[in-house]
Design a protein around this ligand. Structure first.
Ligand code: MN3
Length: 208
């Protein structure tokens, strides 16, 4: 059984960019539902092939409903960590190491933000914009549909932006570009950098 991981900040910590109301629904209802569904599906799964697997292993090795719910459970936890409270994020700049990497791959930090924004903005329908590190070490921005996640391909996710409508409708209605602009105000560059080394919070998806 997986439990809904704690949010890494309070429900109102991202205001005014992402409201307490949005987080209450997005975390408290949508994310919780993916975890509950996953637990129910695993309980009903008689193959018990997943019984001693962690969430990343399940995502990499499943399909259909189990994949959809496991991947969404993982993706949402990842996405919460990609943001940090407004009050802790005054500088809001990537470290030199991350800055160098973004310059090397995309021209400049601003060019990276522009390219990532464009992919997120133009992604058709529900899904995610990702920055990821491929198995060969290269860095790439990718739009992915529905629950799809870099873990499927054995790649390392570095940054995620949820572009499902439920992520922004309460705050911005159909204004996805406004939501994306707001995301950059609270983006957690430190988390992105830690992910370059594969570092991940141990509480990411606890089993009980
Ligand atoms: Mn979502």
């Amino acid at each position: 059984m997986f439990k809904l991981p704690d949010l890494p900040y309070s429900l109102n910590a991202l205001e005014p960019y992402i409201s307490k109301k949005t987080l209450s629904y997005h975390y408290g209802k949508h994310h919780k539902a993916y975890i509950d569904n996953l637990n129910n599906l695993l309980e009903q799964d008689t193959s018990s092939k997943y019984s001693d697997k962690n969430i990343e292993e399940i995502v990499a090795d499943s399909e259909g409903k189990i994949f959809n719910n496991a991947a969404q459970a993982y993706n949402h936890t990842f996405y919460w960590h990609c943001m940090k409270p407004v009050e802790d994020n005054e500088k809001n700049n990537p470290s030199d190491r991350l800055k160098d990497l973004l310059e090397e791959n995309f021209g400049s930090v601003d060019d990276f933000i522009a390219q990532f924004t464009e992919i997120a903005k133009t992604h058709f329908g529900s899904g995610w914009a990702w920055l990821l590190k491929k198995k060969d070490g290269s860095i790439e921005i990718m739009g992915m549909h529905d629950a799809d996640t870099p873990l499927m391909n054995g790649d390392t996710p570095l940054l995620a932006l949820d572009v499902w409508e439920h992520a922004y409708y309460l705050d911005y209605q159909n204004g996805r570009p406004d939501y994306i602009e707001a995301f950059w105000k609270v983006v957690n560059w430190d988390f992105v950098e830690a992910r370059l080394d594969g570092v991940q919070d141990k509480s990411f998806m606890e089993q009980s």
